[in-house]
Ligand binder design. Structure first.
Ligand SMILES: Nc1ncnc2c1ncn2[C@@H]1O[C@H](COP(=O)(O)OP(=O)(O)OP(=O)(O)O)[C@@H](O)[C@H]1O
Length: 641
């Protein structure tokens, strides 16, 4: 039982979770000690799941077990490294032929086995394998559903909504594709016009509909914050449409995916599912990169066969916090098109402009089936790709370190030479109490502090609350990590001290404390990720925590009603997904770590709508992060089971 002992050591040192070890012990208890090797691989599968990977990729494990598993973990002490076996040593205890070992094991056999070996290469916990199978089957069926419209028939409506142009408009291509297909992905960075496109798509669908009443359209996003942003941006874009189209769409309200599917307390299942589908014709999901594999399976299962599913998101952002990288995997290679000649012809007919030949691939349908339903938008309307935030985001996304190497130490000179570069700044610091960093934070929070010091009359409470919450979105610190000198925990302590002195503790209630909800709490209708602020409208008023409710209305809750919150002057970049802040400050730590990747940095930078400051203690660490990519395995694009 050497392998189980190794797992026990790892668990004792908190290298792996108790649940990972329990799975291995359960397999050995049920099947006998000669299944120890399989039990060990099962524990690794569970461990990887906890790190967001839906399966264990056996090839990657063989290639470099330590790097793939990130074991020992970064936090491992010198003593624990001395005490525990290393992954390579553990793997050497396994028989040579893992594939046969797994194929012959009862743990992978039959419809009720805990594990599934897929394509001889990927080991899954059954539930996650099933999610992938369900998503693949549902999407394949939806991809088959094609409207009978020809490109030529669609053209006049698109001409009206997008205008006629002699050059290709990918927004228009995306709209045409989504009219044609039952499933579409529109991916692109910030400000590339995903919302602009989708509003015109909805107008097109309503105008061309064959049914009598209007189409039932549902808008959703993974978090409350993202849903609120979606409602606001769709509302803004509808306002820009010609009146006859704006009238067709009416007022749109986005909800969280949980609300759309109908959360039921104390269970993972939803009110809407395959047997009780949503009553809908079109579902549009924004910020789809944040949707994990379990939620995507629930969503695709709950859609009626005739409904269109349209996913919007930025494929280059961090993947979901929970397991999977659904959007990233489905639209891998989207920049290259890979459209079949038939599809390209149909799209060209709807546009009056031919697609570039470099985007056409005769083998596209076999090799890239999802790309026949995907359009990538490149041109940001918000940011200049050559300067400022757009430039920084692009350099990081394309893993170009040369420009960064020059910009990091000289950002002020770049800004002086070109005013359009003044919305980005790099701030080198030697420690977390550096005066320049403190000044940045104090100045960033000064307008909020001023608002909080006002004595607010009862009648002015609502507009004041509105102003406070709007101000809260104007400045935000984002950290790459939770722990350490540059982690959110330490930063929150520092910011609390700088803004409120040492009379208050960062993790206790005080007026001015910014908090984030860390767990869905249906009793108060708050979701994981919701941000609130503790306020006292005047010296005699009780402390309340101000949140924006799902419909935009302000809510004033007593702190005692909030069971799961943490201070959030600084939050992790992971938690900031789906949000946008006027001035975003991304704080990078003073050492390299496996979690630091180009996806992480890109996601942090693209949270900024007007101004970005990159605070860093180690320029090499920033460059190393840009060179690191996160690879999450999975078989969504694989046609084997
Ligand atoms: N073809 C276009 N012509 C004119 N304005 C456009 C066009 N496309 C987008 N815009 C404008 O550019 C801005 C950004 O577009 P939009 O909000 O649709 O981008 P997005 O990709 O949805 O952004 P986000 O990443 O923030 O969700 C909006 O003000 C929109 O009206």
């Amino acid at each position: 039982m050497q392998l189980i002992s190794i797992l026990q050591q790892w668990q004792q040192q908190q290298w792996i979770r108790a649940i990972d070890l329990s799975l291995a012990e359960f397999i050995v208890e049920s099947l006998g000690s000669d299944h120890e090797a399989v039990a060990f691989l099962a524990a690794l599968t569970s461990y990887q799941l906890g790190r967001g990977h839906p399966c264990l990729e056996l090839q990657s494990l063989r290639r470099d077990a330590s790097a793939y598993l990130q074991l020992p973990p970064e936090h491992a002490s010198f003593e624990s490294r001395q005490q525990c076996s290393m992954p390579t040593h553990a793997l050497a205890l396994l028989p040579d032929d893992w594939q046969t070992l797994l194929q012959q094991s009862a743990a992978c056999e039959g419809a009720a086995s805990p594990l599934v070996l897929s394509a001889g290469q990927r080991l899954y916990l059954r539930r996650y394998w099933q999610y992938e199978q369900d998503i693949k089957a549902d999407l394949a069926a939806r991809c088959q559903a094609q409207s009978a419209w020809t490109g030529e028939q669609l053209k006049p409506t698109l001409d009206k909504l997008f205008g006629v142009s002699a050059t290709i408009s990918w927004q228009r291509v995306a709209c045409a594709m989504a009219v044609r297909s039952g499933f579409t992905i529109i991916t692109g960075g910030p400000g590339t016009g995903k919302t602009y496109t989708v509003v015109r798509l909805l107008a097109t669908l309503q105008e061309l509909r064959e049914q009598e009443g209007p189409l039932r359209i549902h808008l959703a996003a993974p978090t409350g914050k993202a849903a609120a942003r979606m409602t606001a941006s769709i509302g803004r874009e509808v306002g820009q449409l010609p009146t006859q189209y704006a009238a067709l769409l009416g007022e749109a309200q986005a909800v969280t995916l949980h609300r759309l599917l109908g959360t039921q307390s104390h269970t993972r299942t939803f009110r809407h599912h395959r047997q009780r589908p949503l009553l809908t014709d079109v579902v549009i999901v924004d910020e789809a990169s944040m949707v994990d594999i379990e939620m995507m399976a629930a969503l695709t299962a709950a859609l009626p066969a005739h409904a269109k599913l349209i996913l919007l998101g930025d494929k280059d952002q961090l993947a979901s916090v929970e397991a999977g990288a659904v959007l990233g995997q489905l639209c891998e290679q989207a920049e290259h098109g890979h459209y079949t000649p038939e599809l390209a012809q149909w799209l060209a007919a709807s546009h009056g402009v031919a697609l570039p030949s470099s985007m056409i691939d005769a083998k596209g349908a076999e090799r890239w089936p999802y790309l026949q339903h995907t359009v990538m938008l490149h041109e940001s309307r918000r940011f200049d790709a050559e300067r400022g935030i757009g430039k920084l985001a692009a350099e990081v996304n394309h893993q170009q370190t040369q420009w960064l190497r020059e910009w990091l130490p000289h950002s002020a000179a770049f800004a002086e030479a070109d005013a359009a570069m003044a919305n980005i700044a790099a701030l080198p610091v030697t420690h977390n109490s550096a005066p320049a960093f403190r000044q940045l934070v104090e100045e960033g929070y000064a307008p909020l502090r001023d608002l909080l010091q006002q004595d607010v009359a009862e009648l002015e409470r609502e507009p004041w609350g509105e102003a406070v919450l709007q101000q809260l979105e104007r400045f935000q610190l984002l950290a790459a990590m939770r722990k350490g000198d540059w982690g959110v925990e330490r930063l929150n302590q520092l910011v609390t001290l700088w803004l409120f002195g040492d009379d208050v503790a960062a993790d206790k209630w005080f007026a001015g404390r910014v908090v984030m909800v860390t767990k869905n709490d249906y009793s108060v209708d708050l979701r994981n990720g919701d941000i609130g602020l503790a306020v006292q409208t005047n010296a005699n008023a009780p402390l309340r925590v101000l949140f924006r409710g799902p419909t935009g209305k302000l809510r004033w809750l007593l702190p005692s009603r909030l069971a799961h919150v943490e201070t959030a002057f600084a939050m992790t970049i992971h938690k900031s997904q789906g949000s946008e802040f006027t001035h975003t400050v991304v704080v990078m730590p003073d050492h390299d770590a496996p979690i630091l990747s180009k996806e992480l940095l890109y996601t942090g930078i693209t949270r900024a709508s007007e101004r970005l400051t990159l605070v860093y203690a180690d320029s090499q660490g920033v460059l190393q992060a840009v060179q690191r990519r996160i690879e999450r395995g999975g078989g969504l694009r694989d046609d084997t089971n």
